[in-house]
Design a protein around this ligand. Structure first.
Ligand code: GLV
Ligand code: MN
Ligand code: MN
Length: 399
């Protein structure tokens, strides 16, 4: 098993890796991610799994047992994760769940397990929303929780529309999840709970509600030297004060708020900008707290805009409600070993499947620094192998 895991991990290591930062650029519908999807298809074929792909590019590789006479067919167990990354992301967020799922199949076969229901290994596309802005786009489309008509016009930073790079997948009875009963996603932990509890593996209780909100700050372009300070309408100031206000608001309420992306026009050193577009990522421990946090930031942005002679307009781009994972599924996995159970502030396809009615659970693998969405994201191999064993045990329990 060690060999299988390490060999697969070594296959993936160079794909989409930046030589300067050591981080990964695996945006969907681009070469590195396409290469990873091809790699996944090869791994599925090497194991005799039946690969299904929908029109969007979500993939599921099935290990389907021979039906025994009179057997009532039960929907399958899906595991897996995603292969795309954030911009300059880590190696583990996503791929660890896919590689561990394939390695867990190898473990089950080594153990001589004959599953009583099908096991699928899934790869959901554009989980990070790094290109088209909407997180978990592949699983949202596959579950039908977002309609193609709502998203086909989304554009990436170069202005390319989603509808020009891919097509609408089917969902429901004809879709790639038609045979899926429940979903177990393994993921690198993106915090330090397991370090503190000294456990290699944990389980998720649920996901904090979270969302992405675009702020368009508009002012008036002007000369950086000749325009008196009191005569300016500078949207950069409105943005800067909004970012500080968001940070303060989140700290005061124990929630999370981040401005991690801005776009400035015309982006010149010697001109007051005419426009700043900035994206707020906000997360909170309840839907009400998220609503209150975002409303407070929006209010402070517009008050500041009033003082700066600018305008501030907020648009919600991607919002995910609170998720409580299946207690039944989580208890069954915990019956194999009593792993700690922790909430997470990160979004996952398991949250989308859960909200769409597929009982879901998540396993986390310890991350020694807790750093994630960064080239420094890491997990020790020994912990990854413990994760594979835990996933194999979970699958055994469910099949
Ligand atoms: C996904 O990784 C997210 O939480 O943004
Ligand atoms: Mn991520
Ligand atoms: Mn992820």
């Amino acid at each position: 098993m060690t060999d299988d895991f390490e060999r697969m991990w070594a296959d993936l290591a160079p794909v989409g890796r930046s030589t300067s930062s050591g981080g990964y650029f695996r945006q969907p519908f681009a070469s590195a991610e396409e290469e990873l999807r091809g790699w996944f298809a090869e791994q599925a074929a090497a194991r005799g799994l039946t690969l299904e792909t929908d029109a969007f590019g979500n993939q599921v590789a099935w290990w389907r047992p021979e039906p025994t006479p009179g057997q009532v067919e039960i929907l399958g167990v899906l595991t897996g994760s995603h292969l795309d990354s954030v911009l300059d992301g880590g190696a583990y967020d996503g791929p660890l769940g896919v590689v561990s799922a394939l390695a867990a199949i190898d473990v089950l076969r080594d153990r001589g397990v004959q599953p009583s229901r099908a096991i699928g290994v899934g790869v959901f596309r554009e989980e990070e929303g790094s290109r088209f802005g909407l997180a978990c786009l592949g699983s949202r489309l596959a579950t039908g929780s977002v309609a193609w008509a709502e998203v086909e016009g989304l554009r990436d930073r170069d202005g390319v529309a989603l509808g020009d790079v891919t097509a609408a997948p089917e969902n429901g009875a004809g879709g790639i999840l038609a045979d899926v009963g429940c979903f177990v996603e393994l993921h690198v932990e993106q915090g330090r709970v397991l370090v503190d509890s000294d456990d290699p593996v944990g389980l998720a209780s649920g996901i904090w509600p979270h969302g992405r909100y675009r702020f368009d700050f508009t002012g008036r372009a002007d000369h950086a030297g000749t325009t008196r300070m009191e005569d300016r309408a500078d949207p950069m100031l409105t943005y800067a004060m909004t970012a500080l206000a968001a940070n303060k608001q989140a700290r005061l309420s124990g929630q999370r708020a981040t401005f991690g992306r801005i776009d400035v026009a015309p982006n010149g050193t010697n001109a007051v900008p005419s426009r700043v577009t900035a994206w707020l990522d906000a997360r909170a421990d309840s839907d009400e707290a998220l609503g209150a946090l975002v409303a407070a930031v929006e209010k402070q942005a517009s008050e500041r805009a009033g003082r700066d002679g600018t305008t501030a307009v907020m648009t919600a781009e991607s919002v995910s409600g609170a998720v409580a994972f299946s207690a039944d599924l989580t208890d069954r996995i915990r019956s194999t070993r009593s792993w700690p159970v922790l909430p997470t502030q990160a979004g996952h396809d398991a949250g989308i499947l859960s909200a769409a009615g597929h009982p879901s659970a998540m396993l986390f693998v310890r991350n020694p620094t807790g750093v994630s969405h960064s080239p420094d994201e890491h997990a020790e191999t020994v912990d990854c192998l413990a994760g594979v064993e835990a996933l194999a045990d979970a699958l055994m329990e469910l099949v």
